[in-house]
Design a protein around this ligand. Structure first.
Ligand code: PEP
Length: 256
């Protein structure tokens, strides 16, 4: 657990859950438990409608607050969408891009990913770019090919100088919200293939700045074991990030 190359990063994705009061309660509790933020980075990805209120509470603490999606343009006739600058304006400092629910429920294609990642960086938002294979793709031994395709699309407009601002989250679709976690071997293998691709694409030095998180049914019971995998730099947590009782032990995975 010591000698980590990169600062651990634990992020909660609230998806379309909680309400305004519960969101404010939860952010207050998380903020109260964070130290100075030197030993780990913690962030929550909040329904956009609550972002202004949540970021106001988080202000002055090391807690990062982000949106769950963006469109890549900064203005225009895009009903229902949010520009990166709008998230910035309400205090967000980061954003999820390509979450599996965006890809698979809302059919967002690979071709959008590069533009979204670039737009996030240009608006000074820190992106977490999510990648991961479906169960059929895993069963068909296509995991590495799928990850490569998604990485190529997302990093299309990214340069080595951007690397330190980008995080990749490996989230096997079959492990999200299902209670099924990938095995340590599966996680390690996927993370290593992502790291290898990053090195080829960005060069050693820049690639080593990119953190790779694991996401998919992370719980207080498995957080420590997942964080013990050398290739895992952090965790992206969905369901278990909705309650302090389950999210705090994950943040403090190394303190029990
Ligand atoms: C997620 O939303 O990114 C996620 C990993 O969800 P869960 O932890 O509920 O599987």
């Amino acid at each position: 657990m010591t000698n980590r190359a990169r600062k651990p990063y634990i992020a909660g994705n609230w998806k379309m859950n909680l309400d305004r009061l519960k969101s404010l309660d939860l952010v207050k509790t998380i903020k109260g438990r964070l130290g100075d933020g030197n030993d780990r980075e913690v962030a929550i990805f909040v329904p956009a409608i609550y972002l202004a209120d949540v970021t106001a509470v988080a202000q002055g603490s090391p807690l990062g607050c982000g949106g769950q999606n963006i469109w890549h343009e900064s203005n225009g006739a895009f009903t229902g969408e949010l520009a990166p600058r709008m998230l910035r304006e309400v205090g967000a400092d980061r954003v999820l891009i390509g979450h599996s629910e965006r890809r698979h429920v809302f059919q967002e294609p690979d071709e959008w990913m590069g533009r979204k990642l670039r737009a996030a960086l240009d608006a000074d938002l820190l992106p977490i770019y999510c990648v991961g294979e479906t169960l059929d793709e895993r069963k068909g031994h296509k995991t590495e090919r799928v990850l490569k395709r998604q990485l190529e699309a997302g990093f299309e407009k990214v340069a080595a100088v951007d690397a330190h601002r980008i995080t990749v989250a490996y989230e096997p679709v079959w492990a999200i919200g299902t209670g099924e976690t990938a095995t340590s071997e599966q996680v390690d293998q996927a993370h290593r293939s992502i790291r290898k691709w990053l090195v080829q694409r960005l060069g050693d030095e820049a690639a080593n700045l990119v953190r790779i998180l694991y996401g998919g049914s992370v719980k207080p019971d498995n957080a420590r074991e997942l964080m013990a995998i050398e290739s895992v730099d952090g965790l992206l947590v969905g369901g278990a990030s909705l309650q302090a009782e389950t999210f705090l032990p994950i943040l403090e995975y190394d303190k029990r």
